[in-house]
Structures are given as structure tokens and as C-alpha cells.
Write a protein that binds this ligand. Structure first.
Ligand SMILES: CC(C)(COP(=O)(O)OP(=O)(O)OC[C@H]1O[C@@H](n2cnc3c(N)ncnc32)[C@H](O)[C@@H]1OP(=O)(O)O)[C@@H](O)C(=O)NCCC(=O)NCCS
Length: 409
């Protein structure tokens, strides 16, 4: 038995944010039925294609363990099928542009009429207020959630992060909200509306920058490498920005990702100084305490870098880990896919796909001892249309054929 066994999810998501949420629900054991426009399907099936006429990796890496039902929700018959499905489901997840589902006659009021136990979960770009009706994509959320202005190097432009904190970040927030609503339903018997905005999710992940913004009122941020401070938190490159100073340091042989990230906790300075051959600084008053180092962190890290540059990032990781100094080699994407530990822990997983053969996906980071995740191939477009109408809605063959012939499914 899996954690969400018996939970049926009507998945009306597309692009990245919504599908990541429903893929996670599927991995936790829910029966996720993805509804897609007939003919085209989720737009990502054909975006960023690496092979002709085959579902893209964009789609396949976000839609594993789901079933696909093609359904024209703009036709009267399609609306009837959707209504029947909603009556027999626990959760509906969507991330259309604001108002799209309402325009099709499926407002929150109508949804709860159809099924008072339904959890209706949405991702939008923004919450209620001035930006409510605007569309949003990942980088817009990063721009408006406080991330872009605080990422990058001093003097450089605002920068987006590689981690998809607007899309996948919102998805994880929505998973938490859906699970809470399902739990509440066990006590109240009622479903509820659950909303997550991409801007809010990014801001939640930028919490520490709002902390630092308020600290600015009381003087410069000593742990930031920046020389001057204005009225907002500056971009601080690779400085950790936390209570423990850190830096990305160059390693041998000097390629673009030959770096190791090293953090100098107060308690490791002495052993670190000895290891890098600077025993003279181990107890030196200008270096021995965190406070003394704070005024010249750049110089302190360049002393460590003189040592890391003689070694590969893997040697640095091994040697500093051995003396308990927090450190991590910078993984480029080929390091990620080749990493034995990530393979063994099922975070980089080969999946067999009927059209493209084997592809790699990123596994489920949630580990439940009683609900193991087994990753299955994503569905082909409409692969389960007949099956869903028969098994879930008990439609007979004649009705299913008629829906097919009229292009509703
Ligand atoms: C991502 C986004 C910008 C894309 O915008 P878009 O391409 O214009 O797509 P929309 O969401 O407006 O939906 C497209 C249309 O397809 C229709 N549609 C969707 N599924 C359908 C189906 N199964 N059958 C028939 N029509 C369908 C919708 O009803 C809508 O029609 P309408 O414009 O006539 O109302 C927008 O969906 C959005 O802002 N979503 C919320 C935030 C978000 O998730 N952003 C993306 C993160 S990756």
C-alpha cells in the first residue's frame, strides 16, 4: 500500500509547475489522470524536442506515473465527462492562466456543487491583489519574488537561478497544501480550495534576503563581500550569506566547473589552517576567530584557494571532509548523471519509454519507509482515454466510441 492509495487526482496541469506537483502526488501513490486537449496534448510534449515526433524530455521528466485522457473540455460532451470525473475524484489540480477554468463553467462554486469533498488546487503567477490577472513563467516569478535582484555578482545584472524555484518550487508548496487539505477532510468531510502563487513561493524561499533587508537598517552586512550597501540587499556572488562564511574556490585543472564550495565554521579554523600549510595562522589573532576573519574574508578564502588550486575538486572534498570542514565539489550536469551515489539512491533514474527508449529522470526526493516510489514511464497522449472512461466512469463501449468519433476524446 502506498501513502495516497485510493486518492484520485484530476490533473489539468500543463508546462512545469502543475505537472511537477501531480507527478509528486502520483509518486506518493495517487491515481493521477492527466487531461489534455485532443490532438496536441500538454504543450510540453512538443517543446524542446531532442528527437522528431517523440514526446520531449521536458514532458517525460514531469509526467511519470500518470494516466493520460484526451478530452475537449470546451465541448458540451467534454464538460459532461469532466463533471463525471470530478464527482468521482478527490483532488483537482490546475495551473491555467487566471479565469481559464471559470470560463469553461468550472468555477469553485460549481466544483464544490459537483463534489463537496473535492480539494481544488491551483497554481497561479500571483496571489490576490494588483497582479492577480497576470500570466507568469518561472523567471517572472524569480524577478518578482525577490530572487533575481539578490542573485548574481555585484556590478552585474539581476540573475535567474538554475533551480526552478518558481515552477518546481511552487509545485512542492502545492503538494504540501493538498496533503494538508486531504488530512483536514478526514475530520470535516469537506474539501476546500487550495491556492499557491509562484511569486509567493519564490518569496518564501527568499526569506533570508528579507531578513538581511531589515538588518541593513542597522549597518552594513559584514558577512557579505560587498563594499557598499544601499537601501536594498545587494547581489553577493557566491558568498553564503548565512551565519557561516563560504566561498566557491578554484581547483585543478581549472575548467569552468572545477570549483569546491568551502565553509569556514569557527571550530574548524585551526585544523583547516594546519591542513592548508598555514600553521602560522592557526592561532594568529587576525585569523583565529570568526570575528577577526570577518573583516578580511576575501583574503582568508584566497589563502585556502592557494591550497585548493593544487588539487581537484574531488581531492578537496575528500581531504576537507576528512577533517570535518563542510565542503562540496561543484557538480556540473555530467557529474550529476554519472554520480554513483545519486544512482544508488534513485535520484537519477533510468526510465524505459515506448517511443524514445531509455531516458534519465530525476527521482523522488521524498522518502517514506512505508510508501516506496517506483517510477513508471509517462503516458503517451490519450493512452488511457478508453480505460479511464470505462474503469472510473463505467461508460459503455458505444458511448466511448461516440466520444472518439466526435473528437471529444
Ligand atoms: C503558463 C501560462 C502563462 C500559459 O498560458 P497560455 O498558453 O495562454 O495557456 P492558458 O492557461 O491560458 O490556457 C490555454 C487555453 O487552453 C484551454 N484548454 C486547456 N485544456 C483544454 C482542454 N483539455 N480542452 C480544451 N481546451 C483546453 C484553456 O481553457 C484555455 O482556453 P481560453 O484561453 O480560451 O480560456 C498560464 O497558463 C499561466 O499563467 N498559468 C499559471 C502560472 C503557471 O503555472 N505558469 C507556468 C509555470 S511553468
Amino acid at each position: 500500500m502506498t501513502a495516497l492509495e485510493g486518492i484520485r487526482v484530476v490533473d489539468m496541469t500543463h508546462v512545469q509547475s502543475g505537472p511537477v506537483c501531480t507527478q509528486m502526488l502520483a509518486w506518493l501513490g495517487a491515481d493521477v489522470i492527466k487531461i489534455e486537449p485532443p490532438g496536441r496534448g500538454d504543450v510540453t510534449r512538443s517543446q524542446l524536442r531532442d528527437l522528431p515526433d517523440v514526446d520531449s524530455l521536458y514532458f517525460t521528466m514531469l509526467n511519470c506515473n500518470k494516466r493520460s485522457l484526451t478530452l475537449d473540455i470546451k465541448s458540451p460532451e467534454g464538460k459532461q465527462v469532466l463533471s463525471d470525473l470530478i464527482e468521482r475524484s478527490d483532488v483537482l489540480v490546475e495551473n491555467f492562466a487566471p479565469g481559464a477554468l471559470d470560463r469553461q463553467g468550472f468555477s469553485w462554486e460549481r466544483l464544490r456543487e459537483l463534489n463537496p469533498r473535492l480539494v481544488y488546487a491551483s497554481i497561479k503567477g500571483f496571489g490576490p491583489g494588483s497582479y492577480e490577472s497576470a500570466k507568469a513563467y518561472e523567471t517572472i516569478a524569480q524577478a518578482m519574488g525577490g530572487s533575481m535582484s539578490t542573485t548574481g555578482f555585484e556590478g552585474g545584472p539581476p540573475t535567474s537561478t538554475g533551480a526552478q524555484i518558481g515552477d518546481s518550487g511552487s509545485a512542492i508548496h502545492l503538494v504540501a497544501a493538498v496533503l494538508a487539505a486531504l488530512l483536514q477532510r478526514t475530520n470535516t468531510g469537506r474539501g476546500q480550495r487550495v491556492q499557491v502563487s509562484m511569486q509567493h513561493s519564490v518569496l518564501n524561499l527568499c526569506r533570508v534576503k528579507i531578513r538581511d533587508h531589515q538588518r541593513l537598517a542597522h549597518g552594513p552586512l559584514a558577512e557579505y563581500p560587498n563594499g557598499e550597501f544601499g537601501s536594498s540587499v545587494p547581489r553577493s556572488g557566491n558568498a553564503s550569506g548565512g551565519g557561516q562564511p563560504g566561498a566557491a574556490l578554484r581547483c585543478r585543472p581549472g575548467g569552468p566547473n572545477d570549483y569546491a564550495y568551502v565553509i569556514i565554521q569557527p571550530q574548524v579554523w585551526e585544523v583547516l589552517a594546519r591542513t592548508i600549510g598555514r600553521e602560522d595562522l592557526a592561532c594568529h589573532p587576525d585569523y583565529a576567530t570568526a570575528e577577526a576573519r570577518l573583516g578580511h574574508l576575501d583574503e582568508v578564502f584566497s589563502l585556502v584557494e592557494a591550497w585548493t588550486q593544487q588539487r581537484t575538486k574531488w581531492e578537496v572534498f575528500e581531504q576537507l571532509s576528512a577533517i570535518n570542514v563542510p565542503c562540496g565539489p561543484v557538480f556540473d550536469t555530467s557529474d550529476v548523471v554519472a554520480d554513483q551515489s545519486l544512482r544508488e539512491s534513485q535520484m537519477v533514474v533510468p526510465v524505459e519509454h515506448p517511443q524514445r527508449g531509455e531516458f534519465l529522470t530525476v527521482g523522488c526526493p521524498l522518502r517514506l519507509s512505508d510508501s516506496p516510489v517506483v517510477i513508471h514511464s509517462p503516458p503517451l497522449l490519450g493512452e488511457h482515454s478508453g480505460e479511464v472512461l470505462k474503469d472510473v466512469l463505467s461508460y459503455d463501449d458505444r458511448r466511448i466510441v461516440a466520444l472518439k468519433e466526435t473528437g471529444v476524446i
